[in-house]
Unconditional design. Structure first.
Length: 277
C-alpha cells in the first residue's frame, strides 16, 4: 500500500469528512499516517513541508502555491460561516490587543482586510481566545470553529461577523480552508486523493452515525447540538467540489489580500490553474 501523511483538524467538520477515508470504510490502496492538530499548527507544518496532504487555511495556501496544489474536495467555505470578532461589548475597537487564531489563518487575513486601526495582534490557539477576552488579556478576539456556537454562553457579544462583511462586500462565499497536496506527488495521486475525499464525504453523508465516536473523541465541545450545527455549517456541496463559485471566491480573496500587501503576488496566473479537480 502507498504511504501518505495526512493532517486535518480536530474539529467536527474535518473528522466527519476524513473518518471513512482514514478508517478504510471506502476502498483505496493507501495507508495514511494521520496527524490531528489545530488549523494554525497544520498551517505551520505545511509551511515546513512536513505533510503530503493537509487541511490548511486558504490564507496559508496563498503563501505555499509553489509547493502545494489545492484539491477541489474537502474545503470549508460557504455563507454564514465566517469568523466572528467578539468581545465584552458590541462596539468595534480602533486600537488595543486583538486575539487571532494564528498568523496564517483566513480569520487573521479577513480581520486585516476588513478593519484598520492601532492594533496589537496576539496569536493563540482558537480555544484560548474566549478565556483571554474574559480575563481582559485582549480587548477582542476573532473566533472560529466551535467557539462560534458557544461564545454567548460566556456573556460575550458579537462585534463584527467577518463572514457577513465579506459576503456583503464581495457577493462571494467566504473560503476558509481547503485540502492541499504536495506538488511533487504524481498527477494520478493528486486526482485519486481528490476523488477519495469526495467519496469519504458521501459515505459520511449516507452514514452519519458511523463517525460519531470518532468526532466526539476529538471535539472541544461534545454537545450533540454543537457538533451537528458545526458539521451542517461547514460541510456542504462545496466540500464535495469547489465548483466555479468556490474558485471565484478564492480568487477574490487572493486579489484583495494582494491589494492589501498581505500576501505575495502569484506569478503563475489564475488561482484556478493551481486547483486539482
Amino acid at each position: 500500500m502507498k504511504q501518505l501523511s495526512i493532517g486535518y483538524s480536530t474539529c467536527p467538520n474535518d473528522t466527519y469528512i476524513f473518518d471513512a477515508l482514514v478508517h478504510n470504510k471506502i476502498e483505496h490502496d493507501y495507508q495514511f499516517d494521520v496527524i490531528l492538530q489545530d488549523v494554525e499548527s497544520l498551517n505551520q507544518l505545511a509551511f515546513k513541508k512536513s505533510l503530503d496532504i493537509s487541511k490548511i487555511s486558504i490564507h496559508a495556501w496563498f503563501h505555499m502555491t509553489n509547493d502545494y496544489k489545492l484539491l477541489s474536495s474537502g474545503a470549508a467555505l460557504g455563507r454564514g460561516c465566517g469568523p466572528l470578532l467578539i468581545g465584552k461589548t458590541s462596539d468595534i475597537p480602533k486600537s488595543g490587543k486583538i486575539a487571532l487564531p494564528g498568523t496564517l489563518t483566513t480569520a487573521a487575513l479577513l480581520f486585516k482586510i476588513a478593519l484598520s486601526g492601532d492594533f496589537e495582534f496576539v496569536m493563540m490557539p482558537f480555544d484560548a481566545i474566549i478565556p483571554a477576552i474574559i480575563s481582559n488579556k485582549v480587548v477582542a478576539g476573532v473566533i472560529i470553529h466551535e467557539s462560534r456556537f458557544t461564545y454567548q454562553d460566556y456573556g460575550l457579544c458579537e462585534k463584527l461577523d467577518l463572514g457577513q462583511w465579506w459576503e456583503e462586500e464581495t457577493g462571494c462565499m467566504i473560503p476558509l480552508g481547503g485540502i492541499m497536496i504536495d506538488n511533487q506527488k504524481s498527477d494520478d495521486t493528486k486526482k485519486n486523493i481528490c476523488k477519495l475525499i469526495e467519496q469519504s464525504i458521501l459515505f459520511a453523508n449516507q452514514h452519519p452515525k458511523e463517525s460519531t465516536n470518532y468526532i466526539k473523541s476529538y471535539a472541544k465541545e461534545i454537545k450533540d447540538s454543537v457538533i451537528n450545527n458545526h458539521i451542517q455549517l461547514y460541510v456542504n456541496e462545496y466540500s464535495l467540489s469547489l465548483q466555479d463559485t468556490g474558485i471565484q471566491a478564492i480568487q477574490e480573496l487572493y486579489i484583495r489580500a494582494v491589494k492589501n500587501n498581505i500576501i505575495p503576488n502569484i506569478e503563475k496566473g489564475k488561482i484556478s490553474e493551481l486547483i486539482i479537480q
